[in-house]
Design a protein around this ligand. Structure first.
Ligand code: FES
Length: 574
């Protein structure tokens, strides 16, 4: 181990002989710490998103103890602190509204405290990007530990997947194929253990993203939450962060442009969530890497989907772990990746994955015979999305990827809910469903409503997919021919606001085009008549969010949070 030459950051609090150092040490001692806890050893902050209201992170107190075990073994001083926890299933109007708020909490908590290195305990969707965004704006040595997925869901002896089967069952009930009693029985079989969604939804995707970015130890993404090896991963993470402090291995040395490019390619290969697009752009923005939608389209274009997991495929995260997990995927892709970039292990991507084995080629298909050809995220531009929109081809219906259809427009989520099952609604399977005012400012928070359910009367006819377009996001567990993240959004007067019932829209995924077939003069007339919608809230955090939030193509961060502000604190507190 390389010993640190200059005093660590925490010594500015704990290392002096004056009244301030007395205060810093004395009050910490009320927790029973001995004098040598303050002798200059690395102080490791364990940022915990445990909350009983974030069920995916409900096991994090035990995980934090395992991290502490590793920190102590390596000669560090572990201190656990809470961060705002974002539970996807409970927060209204959407957890995404609070991602940036949580990132502010984390950034200020790290910077303001006597901490030399940080372990981020993350799990449920937004907890990963929010913590990494906050930590990136401070840039201390930082390592991420994901909480791991739940065990496979099971209903009537068959595997069922978080989220993915909720959407399916819900449509089955509406189409009369499943009873309400069966629906409720499935509810208990879906979530059988601690952990986050066990499909390749946003949580699993973001766990893959942090592993492929090199900010988590290899194997982080797939180990189930209740597998003993998740505890071991926590202990090894605790050991490793102490060494990272001695090596001064800061986030900025790992989160390089090449690391983000690797993550984008890995997202394609795992069939990852569309939400990774906004999260990676936002994290990159915090560390000074200018990542764009064009990067997503360029880097994902030739990446096939290798991982046969729901929602794109059939298996679940437990199967992915038994097959070898993300290191196997990265080894398959290695010729395309930047193998020489540095990771938290202190070694390169290529050496981290050297010699890994694929134990189930049905779950992780080899590169020459991929599970699906189109893995990446396609970016669509045109007069309906001048700053871009995205679609996940691996989750879409191939026959709908080139489609011209008549728009059926819903001006808000309430309008959609009131109208979608109206037997009089003039809609057929060739129509394109358009949802407005669900973007970052409009909802507010860009909720996961873009995969709006199909009209009941069409479901009863056996229709399973239709083209849907919105400025919203969709759950990483969802599927369908769904165009998302249209920018600029309708609530700020983007062209999406000007679509009317009966307009013709052309979707051309191969040509990367999204076109509203309405004459410019008519669009100008509609623009004249457009009025900005009333904001949902006039004060508090939500008002600040609406005023400062960036559009989807810029990662939906707040404009004043972009960038790294470092770890220096100029003044004492007393
Ligand atoms: Fe928490 Fe899916 S709801 S990860």
């Amino acid at each position: 181990m390389t010993e640190t030459k200059k005093p660590l950051r925490s010594q500015a609090w704990f290392g002096g002989d004056d009244k301030d150092s007395f205060i810093h040490r004395s009050w910490m001692k009320n927790q029973g710490y001995p004098n040598d806890a303050f002798d200059g050893r690395p102080v490791i902050g364990i940022c915990n998103t445990w909350s009983e209201l974030t069920p995916c992170n409900g096991h994090f107190r035990e995980l934090a103890e395992m991290v502490k075990r590793g920190v102590l073994e390596a000669g560090g001083f572990p201190v656990e602190f809470p961060a705002m926890s974002l539970g996807e299933t409970n927060l209204r109007p959407t957890a995404m509204l609070f991602r940036n708020l949580a990132s502010m909490d984390v950034e200020e908590s790290i910077r303001a405290n006597p901490i030399d290195g940080v372990v981020l305990l993350v799990g449920c969707d937004k907890t990963t990007p929010s913590l990494l965004m906050g930590a990136a704006s401070v840039d201390l040595p930082t390592i991420v530990l994901s909480g791991g997925p739940m065990l496979n869901g099971n209903y009537r002896g068959k595997p069922i997947g978080s989220g993915t089967d909720v959407w399916k069952f819900s449509e089955d009930v509406r189409a009369g194929r499943m009873s309400l009693q069966e629906f409720k029985q499935a509810e208990s079989g879906m979530s059988r253990s601690s952990g986050h969604c066990m499909t390749m939804g946003t949580a699993s995707t973001m766990a893959c993203m942090v592993e492929s970015l090199g900010v988590a130890l290899p194997g982080n993404a797939a180990i189930p939450a209740v597998d003993s090896r998740r505890k071991l991963q926590a202990q090894l993470t605790g050991r490793r962060i102490v060494s990272m402090v001695h090596e001064d291995l800061k986030l900025s040395k790992i989160l390089t442009r090449e690391a983000f490019e690797n993550a984008i390619m890995v997202n394609g290969a795992v069939g990852g969530s569309t939400n990774a697009v906004v999260h990676l752009i936002a994290i990159a923005g915090r560390i000074g890497v200018d990542l764009t939608l064009a990067d997503w389209d360029r880097l994902g274009r030739d990446i096939p989907c290798l991982v046969n997991l729901m929602p794109s495929g059939q298996y679940l995260m437990e199967d992915f772990y038994y097959a070898g997990g993300l290191p196997v995927v990265m080894q398959e892709l290695l010729a395309k990746l930047h193998g020489d970039v540095l990771t938290v292990t202190g070694a390169t991507v290529a050496s981290n994955i050297d010699g890994v084995e694929n134990f189930n080629p049905d779950v992780i298909t080899p590169l020459p015979t991929p599970f699906k050809e189109n893995g990446g995220i396609a970016v669509l531009r045109g007069n309906l999305s001048p700053r871009g929109a995205i679609i996940k081809p691996s989750a879409a219906t191939p026959a709908l990827m080139q489609h011209r259809g008549r728009a059926v427009v819903f001006g808000s989520i309430e309008h959609y809910k009131a109208r979608v099952d109206d037997p009089e609604l003039d809609i057929d399977a060739s129509c394109i469903m358009v949802l407005q005012n669900c973007g970052p400012k409009g909802y507010p928070g860009m909720a996961e409503v873009g995969n709006m359910g199909l009209p009941k009367k069409l479901l009863e006819q056996g229709v399973r997919d239709m083209v849907r377009i919105s400025d919203a996001r969709m759950s990483g567990t969802a599927y369908g021919t769904v165009v998302l993240h249209v920018a600029p959004e309708a609530a700020m007067g983007g062209p999406l606001a000007l679509v009317r019932d009966g307009d013709m829209i052309e979707l051309d995924v191969k040509g990367r085009r999204l076109h509203l077939d309405v004459p410019d003069a008519e669009l100008a007339r509609r623009r004249e008549a457009w009025r900005e919608p009333e904001p949902a809230m006039r004060g508090g955090y939500q008002a600040m969010y609406i005023k400062h939030v960036l559009q989807a193509d810029q990662g939906v961060d707040l404009d004043f949070l972009v960038g790294c502000r470092g770890s220096a604190v100029p003044r004492e507190s007393h």
